[in-house]
Design a protein around this ligand. Sequence first.
Ligand SMILES: *[C@@H]1O[C@H](CO)[C@@H](O)[C@H](O)[C@H]1NC(C)=O
Ligand SMILES: *[C@@H]1O[C@H](CO)[C@@H](O)[C@H](O)[C@H]1NC(C)=O
Ligand SMILES: *[C@@H]1O[C@H](CO)[C@@H](O)[C@H](O)[C@H]1NC(C)=O
Ligand SMILES: *[C@@H]1O[C@H](CO)[C@@H](O)[C@H](O)[C@H]1NC(C)=O
Ligand SMILES: *[C@@H]1O[C@H](CO)[C@@H](O)[C@H](O)[C@H]1NC(C)=O
Ligand SMILES: *[C@@H]1O[C@H](CO)[C@@H](O)[C@H](O)[C@H]1NC(C)=O
Ligand SMILES: *[C@@H]1O[C@H](CO)[C@@H](O)[C@H](O)[C@H]1NC(C)=O
Length: 913
Amino acid sequence: MHTYHSNGSRLSTCVILICYLLMGTHHCVTPPKKDSCLVKDGKADCSHLRLSAIPANLPSNISSLDMSHNRMVRIPPESLKQYPGLLHLNMGYNSVTKLNEPFCLVLPLLQTLNMVRNEVHLLKETDLSNCTSLTWLSLASNRLKIKGEPFSALKSLEFLDISNNNLQSAKLGSQPQMPSLLNLNLAFSVFTTLKKDDFTFLRLSPFLQVLNLSSVPLKSLEPGCFKPIAGLHAVIMDGSNIGSPVISQLCSELGETSVQSLSLRKMKLVTLKNTTLSGLQKTNLTFLDLSQNDMTKVEDGSFQWLSKLEILKLSDNNFKHLNKFTFRGLKSLKKLQLTKALVKTRSTPIVDDFTFQPLGALESLILQRTAVWEITEHTFTGLVSLQELDMSWSSYASLRIITNKTFVSLAGSPLRTLNLTGTAITRINPGSFSHLRNLTVLLLDFNFIQQTFTGSEFEGLTRVEEMHMSNNHWKVKVSSTSFLHVPNLRVLTLGKSLNNSAVNLDVDPSPFKPLTNLTFLDLSNNNIANFRENLLEGLINLEVLKLQHNNLARLWKSANPGGPVLFLKGAQNLVTLQLDSNGLDEIPRGALRGLRNLSKLYLANNLLNSLKDSIFDDLVALQVLSLQKNLITTVKPEVFKAPTSNLSVLLMDKNPFDCTCESIQWFVTWLNETNLTAVPDLSDQYMCNTPLAYFNHSIMTFDTYPCKDMVPFQALYIFSSTAVLLLMATAFLVRFQGWRIQFYWNILISRTLGFTNRDGSREFQYDAYIIHAEDDTHWVERVIVPLENNNCSFYLESRDALPGMPQLQNIVDNMRESRKILFVVSEHLLNDPMCRRFTAHHALHQVIEESRDSVVLVFLQDVHDFKLSSSLFLRRGMLRSRCILEWPGHKERLQAFHQKLLIALGLTNQFRM
Ligand SMILES: *[C@@H]1O[C@H](CO)[C@@H](O)[C@H](O)[C@H]1NC(C)=O
Ligand SMILES: *[C@@H]1O[C@H](CO)[C@@H](O)[C@H](O)[C@H]1NC(C)=O
Ligand SMILES: *[C@@H]1O[C@H](CO)[C@@H](O)[C@H](O)[C@H]1NC(C)=O
Ligand SMILES: *[C@@H]1O[C@H](CO)[C@@H](O)[C@H](O)[C@H]1NC(C)=O
Ligand SMILES: *[C@@H]1O[C@H](CO)[C@@H](O)[C@H](O)[C@H]1NC(C)=O
Ligand SMILES: *[C@@H]1O[C@H](CO)[C@@H](O)[C@H](O)[C@H]1NC(C)=O
Ligand SMILES: *[C@@H]1O[C@H](CO)[C@@H](O)[C@H](O)[C@H]1NC(C)=O
């Protein structure tokens, strides 16, 4: 892509093609095709338009004009004259060959000029002489040939890029100039020598800080070449392949400057000699980058000169062996970056015991993606300031099984972060981290840990606040005691890690119970199907709970034995809850109760269909609600009005909406009216599934107007149908249960009118008044009469009626003298006119006035209730069940019948309803 195409569109096609090949389609966003300049906020973007002239129709007050990627061959002052307020002009990627026109005269305010990748050749003294306001100038990738002092007028220039111009010399002038310069980029120049007076033109530029000489193939530096710019802070020599002797020279020359940062990347420096950097001894160098050098060897004491160095980057090298002299003298080093610096080729690199001992100030040691033979009891000894150790994605045999010896060399370090991501750990033995008492963050993601944590593994980690154990291949098991020793935990991730065997989370007490400070818990992607209601008990600080991709459908089913498991009860301060992809088809009432802080609720990819009314009502703080890809057909206000009242984002696309008035009218009306809530993809992902007329139409095409016409009719319909139903119910009630109403009504009336219950302890002459038909006399004499004795006597009309007394008087008096009235019910009795008229009537009065206990029915035959009521005005339902007896007929049950009869007769008449 270094060749320049004057045809901008061919260039962009090429960019897109390469991008496509590198990243796949997703990341390639084609620059929007435009056929005229875009003007916004005073900036005009006229790039990629194949223009050969500056458009004349732009607003005259623009401050920025981008003309890059066009076909300009000159910078025409006559056109630019219209835009005198221009501060920024980008002419990059054009075909300008000369700057010989006075465009700066018409642009007196111009601050930045970008001429990258043009064809400017001769640069004369007068070309930029009127550009006195420029602070930023790039002439990179042209074909510059410098004549005279072309930059001498640039009094304000701070940044000058003239890289990639095949410059034969670093000397851009002989007069002192550019007094404000901060940054000079001479990368990709071809000069091989830095002469003593090359930088004298910057003699009076006291602010110069950065000098970029990347890929300049220097062969020699004359002594004192940096003297004119001794205030320099940073030198970049990346990719210059200059070899150790020249680096050595460079360092000696820089030794006379105040350089603080030196970048020596990609220099094919195979061995670092112990004298190469010696020239830097006098400096205060704090930053040195030696990455990507394929270095295999660092001689002992190579860094001894750099006692002020704070950051040393040695990434992407190939060291075979580090020993206790390698880092000698780096007593101020705070950060050592060794990412991919020790890699396994034929042999595994070796790091000796005490290698890091000289680094007493080191705070951060990055050993990412390294391979080392082993970690011994002294590997990290002496790192008394170490706070962060990152060994992620490394391959150390010693990390397979972590024991209490593995990190014993860190016992004296105030380590706070230990990154063991992707280090192939299979087991953590008890007490493994017990020496790391100041550890607050422990990362164990992407390992193969296969064990049940009993708690002793984390002994001593009393300060740990974050433990990440996701992606451990579903081999981790937890128990009630797992987290007993980490009471300060705030973040715990166990996604894609928990073994889904029957008893894992389903323990009592919950494994998380000791973690009262927990704010973030990730249990996602575990296929968990079961746990107890107390899983989150006491987690009052829990804010984020990730449970997506599990199998929790059964826990929330109302048909679950023991009822739905309302496990969120314990975590009332949740802010974010993720429950996507759980197969949920129900949200039980109370499942989300009390979650007044919940602001994000994710329920996508479930099977939710009809949601119960009010289930979301407590979610007063809800901001994001996601219900994508469910089976929701109906969006009713009873469910959704509360949660949508304050919502910022609603995600409910890809549901099979039912586009009828009752299902969706409210929703469509709300969508039309809401301006607080964003509903992405509303026009093309919210489709009607039913009825057929609307199938596959956007729900926004649903016309709610006809629904409104129906409202009065609907009310009328509801009213009339309710009235009819009520009437029918009353009719049925009266028809079938009217006697009962009447009966209890009578009882109530007699109570209120003062027929007080006669005293139960009153003396009666008889225990029972026996009513029977003539034809049943024989049965009465055989069964009832034998029950009489000293304590018990009956009144039998046929036997005890006083002769001479009127029959009715007899009945009235003796019934009053009897505690109970006993009917011997048979077909004969029902046909007896005397019974029907008077006896029964009176008995009924007794029942109403006294008590439901005072009448006992003995059935000799099965008699239908209807017949019973039509002849005796009594029903079974009026009496207590124990006052209704059936004559068994069988001899064996006779005893039981007698017993029941006595109980029925022996009861007091106390009315108990
Ligand atoms: C523009 O530059 C010319 C020399 O090229 C000079 O004579 C003239 O004074 C400058 N004008 C301004 C306004 O700086
Ligand atoms: C290094 O720093 C010290 C103290 O900050 C300062 O006195 C000294 O001049 C510096 N040396 C150089 C070469 O910049
Ligand atoms: C550099 O190493 C050589 C041998 O490898 C040794 O003789 C010499 O003393 C070392 N120089 C310094 C300054 O450490
Ligand atoms: C731990 O290492 C992983 C992988 O290199 C990295 O992505 C992550 O940012 C590191 N975490 C910390 C806290 O250093
Ligand atoms: C390591 O654990 C073993 C038992 O597993 C124990 O005997 C030993 O004392 C422990 N060592 C340290 C340094 O804690
Ligand atoms: C742990 O931190 C405390 C202060 O936070 C400090 O006093 C203690 O020395 C540290 N422990 C180690 C082993 O450095
Ligand atoms: C929890 O956090 C509070 C406040 O940050 C702190 O005082 C307490 O010690 C922590 N630990 C436990 C176990 O509560």
